[in-house]
Structure formats: structure tokens, C-alpha cells
Design a protein around this ligand. Structure first.
Ligand SMILES: Cc1cc2nc3c(=O)[nH]c(=O)nc-3n(C[C@H](O)[C@H](O)[C@H](O)COP(=O)(O)O)c2cc1C
Length: 321
């Protein structure tokens, strides 16, 4: 492309595509006043309920953690129409019931937050809705090997109960070798994987990530999955690194699961400023985009607690055209 006008046209098409992305996101994101109220409440309730499940799945939950979220869930449930979808109601009431049961042993019975839950569950909660949220007990990866491929796929669970022991290098090499079978666009393999075992550096990285509170001190092995921007070209490919990166990350977690290594995906939904800090701490070059972190390692017990993270019925997510 030698003609300067072609450069200008290309630059303008970048601007057009990014501006369209920005408008779509502003218009439809969960904070937008232009989006449907029930649709927003549907997702907010799921997200808030999961913070309760996650807190309960820690090795030692802090008594009465996340009170604000509990209050917010109850307020959401009071205004949400279950005719829209029962899924968030089941997840939220399950998470609230599990929180109440845990708190029964760890807090004063007349605590105001517990009274709010009690009142809601006893008198206001929709009858007949299955309480699907909460915590479950699962076998740690590798202690019981699933009988079939389907069981194997369904049995991967995010772990938040690690021991901080460093994994042997051969095991890390093995999971990375398996993960290399992930597909990628045009086989371009833009994904880069950074691996850390130095505790101080992991602590700094996780402080910037901010989603591993309550278990970060027991993370002794951390992947950061990135994608090299230089592998991509043109405005139409602007989001493709996240597609290849996500597929690779999934493959890496399944590879870990197959080798008896537990994992927890960790979001990198961060600002550009935080992304730059993570790259500096992690010694990651500027021409890479961060996709996500994955904490990995052995579990602190053969059976561990995990967030239930119930799944929607297929009919709620799939549309047959
Ligand atoms: C991209 C991504 C980011 C995530 N970020 C976090 C995180 O920051 N902290 C955390 O504890 N779990 C995190 N999770 C784990 C989810 O909570 C978990 O995958 C979900 O509840 C489903 O449960 P499961 O993985 O046990 O099947 C993340 C998952 C994904 C896919």
C-alpha cells in the first residue's frame, strides 16, 4: 500500500470501527440507561450472587464478608420480575441460604444482615424456585479421574483453595505442550504465555489484578496469557486476539485438569494504565495485549469447596434458527 490516500483511508477505517465499538458498548453495557431494566438486573443479580459463592468457597471465609453485596442482592430480588427468567433468583436465593448457613456458626444470630436474609428467604422469596447457587464439595483435580470425556469436561471447576507449592518444571512444560493444540486463526499462534513462581512477583501481579482476594497468598504458580498485537492487522481484526487468547486459555485449563492440576481463571478487565503496570511487573513487552491470568497448583485437600456457579438451561442461551 504506497498511495498516501490509502494510509488516510485505513486510518479513518480504524477510527470508524473503534467508534462503532465504543457506541455499541456504551449503548448496551450493564450501566447504560438505554438498556432494558430487567435485562440489567438479570446479569447484576448473577454477578453479585457469584461474589457470595466465591467468598464462601475460600478456605477460610471472613464472617459476614460482603454485607453490601448481600443487601444489594435482596434489593435486586425485590424489584426483579421472575417472569423474566428464574435463573438469577435460584442462584441468588441459593447463595443467600448458603451465606446464612455459614454465618449461623460464625456470627451473632441477630446480626442485621442475617435478619435481612432471613426475612427475605422466609417470607418474600419466590416459592418453588430451586435454590441453585451456593457452594459444592468437589474432588480435587487428579484425585478421582473422570470415567468419560464428558465427565472430564464437566468436572473442571475453578479452585480457590491452593497450596502455594511450586509445580515441577516438567509438569508445567507438559500442560503447555498440551495447550499448544489450541486452534488459532490462520494458525498464526499469536498467544504468548508468561509463567511465574516467584512469590513476591505473583503477589504484585495479583494485587494489580484484584480478583483473587482471599486466596492470592496461596497462589504459587501463575500464568499470564497474552497475544502479540503484531500478529494482527487491519481494523477488522481489532478484537481477534481476545478470541484466540480465550481459546488458548481454555485449552490450558483443560490441560491442567488432565494432569491433576487445579486452576482458577482470573480476569484482566483492567484499564490501560493498570495493563501497563502489569506488563512492567511481569516483564511483558509492549506489543502484547493481556488476555487473562490463570492461577494453578495443587489443592489444599483431596476434596475442596468450590462455588456452585450453576449454569443456565440450554434453552436460555441457545437459539435454534
Ligand atoms: C475470563 C474469566 C475471568 C475470571 N476472573 C475471576 C477472578 O478474577 N477471580 C475469581 O475468583 N474467579 C474468576 N473467574 C472464575 C469464574 O468465577 C468461574 O469460571 C465461573 O463462576 C464458573 O465456574 P467454574 O469455573 O467453576 O465452572 C473468571 C473466569 C473467567 C472465564
Amino acid at each position: 500500500m504506497r498511495n498516501p490516500l490509502q494510509y488516510v483511508a485505513k486510518a479513518l477505517s480504524f477510527l470508524r470501527e473503534y467508534a462503532t465499538d465504543m457506541w455499541l458498548f456504551i449503548k448496551h453495557n450493564n450501566h447504560s440507561p438505554l438498556e432494558d431494566r430487567n435485562r440489567k438486573a438479570y446479569f447484576q443479580t448473577i454477578i453479585l450472587s457469584h461474589t457470595i459463592e466465591k467468598g464462601l468457597s475460600l478456605a477460610m471465609p471472613r464472617p459476614l464478608f460482603g454485607r453490601n453485596n448481600v443487601d444489594a442482592i435482596v434489593a435486586q430480588l425485590r424489584s426483579y420480575s421472575k417472569a423474566y427468567s428464574e435463573f438469577p433468583v435460584g442462584m441468588a436465593t441459593g447463595a443467600l441460604a448458603a451465606y446464612r448457613d455459614f454465618s449461623a456458626d460464625h456470627a451473632a444470630a441477630d446480626d442485621p444482615t442475617l435478619s435481612v436474609i432471613e426475612r427475605y428467604l422466609d417470607s418474600e422469596a419466590a416459592p418453588g424456585v430451586e435454590r441453585t447457587g451456593g457452594v459444592k464439595q468437589v474432588d480435587a483435580a487428579g484425585t478421582v479421574f473422570p470415567q468419560s470425556i464428558v465427565d472430564f469436561l464437566k468436572s473442571r471447576t475453578s479452585c480457590r483453595m491452593f497450596v502455594p507449592d511450586a509445580l515441577p518444571r516438567e509438569q508445567v512444560d507438559e500442560v503447555l505442550t498440551i495447550a499448544q493444540s489450541a486452534p488459532s486463526q490462520c494458525n498464526r499462534q499469536s498467544v504468548r504465555v508468561h509463567f511465574y513462581q516467584e512469590r513476591a512477583r505473583i503477589a504484585s501481579l495479583l494485587r494489580l489484578q484484584a480478583g483473587a482476594a482471599g486466596f492470592s497468598e496461596n497462589v504459587g504458580n501463575l500464568f499470564v496469557v497474552t497475544s502479540e498485537i503484531t500478529a494482527w492487522g487491519g481494523p477488522q481484526q481489532r478484537n481477534q486476539m481476545y478470541v484466540d487468547g480465550g481459546l488458548y486459555a481454555m485449552m490450558l485449563m483443560l490441560a491442567c485438569h488432565s494432569q491433576g492440576i487445579a486452576s482458577c481463571p482470573l480476569n484482566l478487565a483492567v484499564t490501560n494504565a493498570v495493563e501497563r503496570k502489569i506488563k512492567t511487573v511481569g516483564d511483558i513487552s509492549a506489543n502484547q495485549r493481556l488476555i487473562m491470568m490463570i492461577a494453578v497448583g495443587k489443592t489444599s485437600a483431596p476434596r475442596i469447596k468450590a462455588a456452585r456457579s450453576p449454569r443456565c438451561r440450554v434453552a436460555e442461551v441457545a437459539r435454534f434458527h
